[in-house]
Design a protein around this ligand. Structure first.
Ligand code: GMT
Length: 376
């Protein structure tokens, strides 16, 4: 199949999922065209089935806001015609589903029928899309997609609750490439570069937005380091990073916390991690938790949104109510204080991650594409 993928090219989860999906589809022989405003961060183009087309938005002083959707829909029309693309898969409803719908309409006028699959990722529904200024356009573009998928059952339920949706939504969970061999071989992790042998390593990875509740991460770690030697790795960048640095200083944690900023060495960091923290306010899926689990790292998370579908209570980690720092800290300590327990949780985390292996999930998208093409 010839498929155009539209996504955000940044470090965010939806962009990562879209990129990994495109890479795997290309490996499976499909012709994949990424269409976005810059090259997705995880995209390596060394595959003849992979193409990247940049959307340029010419600056014009009259415009207070440059019209990205217009440029994107025009680019989609041009690329579909030039490369004979058969299907559009847009990730994140805003504004991609809207731009995709316009492209479909323009192409139809020229005698080209092309189905559009929209994947909802989370904040496009729960935070941004739900804003009254966007809501009618988001509802419209979901209702006018040919196929709609969501990354968890929780997000599907939220979409029906928050929007007036008159159509089916299929749940296709996010996925991960589980490198079982690497974990079984116990490849060296450069742990000694980061901590002493007795220190436990706790990690959090995110885009440092309010929704991630970074102060909770720091407060949980504060409790842990009171009872055992420990180090905290904070990976990512965003508006909450500076306040986080201040809070660490105030709590006297500066020498126990490492701020990495955005990193392309996530697996290397997770390799030496003992426990992952994700106490988010809301999380449609929690790809970062799955990434941790695929590296054999147990997770302490909140029990919001799709997190219970990924992190299994008492098995791959523990879950607690949003903001319940005390319980999260207690549970974290219960895993970390006994090496046998820690090892059991690590093995369990890896087992759960295997359910979400890329080889199990990508065929679900392929099936969906074939169905959409038949309905064309
Ligand atoms: O919040 C983020 O980490 C970024 C955001 C995005 O749009 O890229 O992530 C959302 O999509 C991810 C991939 O499907 C999910 O794993 C995240 O849970 C989801 N974030 C939220 O729902 C807050």
């Amino acid at each position: 199949m010839k498929i155009a993928i539209v996504c955000y090219p940044t470090f965010g989860g939806s962009g990562v999922v879209a990129t990994e999906l495109g890479l795997e589809l290309a490996r499976r022989g499909h012709e994949i065209h990424f269409i976005t405003y810059s090259q997705p961060v995880r995209l390596a183009l060394l595959n003849p089935n992979l193409h990247y087309h940049e959307v340029h938005v010419p600056e014009y002083p009259l415009f207070h806001y440059q019209p990205y959707e217009l440029a994107l829909s025009s680019k989609l029309v041009d690329m579909v015609k030039l490369h004979g693309i058969e299907l559009l898969h847009v990730h994140y409803a805003i504004p991609h589903a809207y731009a995709g719908y316009m492209a479909k309409k323009m192409l139809k006028e020229q005698g080209i029928k092309i189905p559009m699959v929209t994947t909802l990722h989370g904040t496009d529904i729960t935070l941004v899309g739900n804003h009254p200024f966007y809501k009618p356009a988001v509802s419209f573009s979901i209702n006018h997609s040919d196929v709609v998928t969501s990354v968890s059952q929780a997000l599907k339920d939220d979409t029906y609750k928050l929007f007036d949706i008159k159509r089916d939504i299929e749940v296709i969970p996010n996925f991960i490439e589980v490198d079982k061999k690497k974990i079984e071989e116990n490849s060296p992790c450069h742990r000694s570069m980061m901590a002493t042998e007795t220190q436990k390593i706790i990690t959090h990875i995110s885009n440092f937005r309010k929704v991630k509740r970074i102060p909770d991460v720091i407060k949980i770690f504060y409790e842990i380091q009171k009872v055992m030697p420990a180090k905290l790795m904070l990976v990512g960048d965003g508006p909450e990073k500076e306040p986080a640095e201040k809070l660490c200083d105030q709590l006297g944690l500066a020498d126990k916390v490492i701020f990495f900023g955005n990193s392309s060495e996530i697996n290397e960091i997770l390799c030496f991690t003992d426990l992952f923290l994700l106490p988010s306010e809301t999380e449609s899926f929690g790809l970062a938790a799955l990434e941790a689990m695929s590296n054999g790292v147990p997770v302490i998370s909140s029990n919001t949104g799709g997190l219970p579908e990924v992190n299994r209570e008492g098995y791959s980690g523990y879950l607690a109510n949003v903001g319940d720092v005390e319980t999260m800290a207690k549970r974290a300590i219960s895993i970390l204080e006994d090496d046998k327990v820690l090892l059991q949780f690590k093995n369990n985390a890896l087992k759960v991650a295997q359910e979400f292996d890329i080889q199990n999930i990508v065929p679900l998208y392929e099936k969906l594409y074939r169905k959409a093409l038949k309905q064309k």
